[in-house]
Ligand binder design. Structure first.
Ligand code: NDP
Length: 246
């Protein structure tokens, strides 16, 4: 129960990695705030956690809309003293070769993945600054480090998260707030299930640990980065990819 009495906000936690991260924190005693665009889905995931004995609340909030993020965090702060831990996880893909990516698919990916991370961090950092403590973790991707054919918009957004996080880490360090990044490789979720079997088989050949990751592999690293054991770690990117990018 290492996160008892802590409030943890996880964006994009209605399914996949975000849901696993929220469940892992709830399993360690935290009150978790579930965020997805649909209020109904967020409330349902929160209810599932509560039924398993955890503490959770769900909010419908689009991370690309700063006013919605502000309203949601205001509501939270009416109930809780602070947000102790933020996990920026909401993310999308719109894959195509870069010369075929239309404006809309470029903008949407940058807006959700990078601007969404900026919006939520900006709003949640304020109460953290007041509290002089906090842990911010953003989920990037190994693609933001290596690049990938067909994912230039996604790679740019994820590389952006790494650069943004290093800068925020420098700005927030003197106030006791750490900012780190987790860069997963291929993790089994709805996002990767969309890939064809042929693509999945090709990727698997390149993973030294010979398996796709589980959402729990990412969740465990988030627990570590949010724990006291990681108090002296900031501005770092931890790659969780089974060795794919070695
Ligand atoms: P999923 O597609 O399974 O889930 C994405 C989550 O983000 C959903 O809860 C979705 O909820 C939410 N979301 C999307 N857009 C918004 C928005 N505008 N505002 C609020 N929430 C939003 O993705 P994964 O679990 O696979 O991925 C999670 C994160 O991990 C992403 O950032 C992804 O880039 C990253 N990642 C994933 C990898 C993988 O192999 N799966 C590898 C590397 C990184 P809803 O649609 O209800 O709004």
């Amino acid at each position: 129960m290492q996160f008892k009495d802590k409030v943890v906000l996880v964006t994009g936690s209605t399914r996949g990695i975000g849901k696993a991260v929220a469940e892992a924190f709830a399993g360690q005693g935290a009150t978790v705030i579930i965020i997805g665009r649909s209020q109904e889905q967020a409330a349902q995931v929160a209810q599932e956690i509560v039924q398993k004995g955890g503490q959770a609340q769900g909010y419908g909030c689009d991370v690309t809309k700063l006013e919605q993020v502000q309203e949601t965090v205001n509501k939270l702060l009416d109930k809780h003293k602070c947000v102790d831990i933020l996990v920026n996880n909401a993310g999308i893909t719109r894959d195509n070769l870069f010369f075929r990516i239309d404006d809309n698919d470029w903008d949407e990916v940058l807006k959700v993945n990078l601007k969404g991370t900026f919006n939520v961090t900006k709003v949640v950092a304020r109460p953290m600054l007041k509290a002089k403590s906090g842990k911010i973790i953003s989920i990037a991707s190994v693609i933001g480090i290596t690049g990938n054919a067909g994912q230039s918009n996604y790679a740019a957004s994820k590389a952006g998260i790494i650069g943004f996080s290093k800068s925020a880490a420098r700005e927030l360090a003197s106030r006791g707030i750490t900012v780190n990044v987790v860069a997963p490789g291929y993790i089994r979720t709805d996002m990767t299930d969309k890939l064809s079997e042929a693509v999945q088989a090709k990727v698997l050949e390149r993973i030294p640990l010979q398996r796709f990751g589980q959402a729990s592999d990412v969740a465990e690293v988030c627990l570590f980065l949010a724990s006291k054991a990681a108090d002296y770690i900031t501005g770092q990117t931890i790659v969780v990819d089974g060795g794919l990018a070695i």
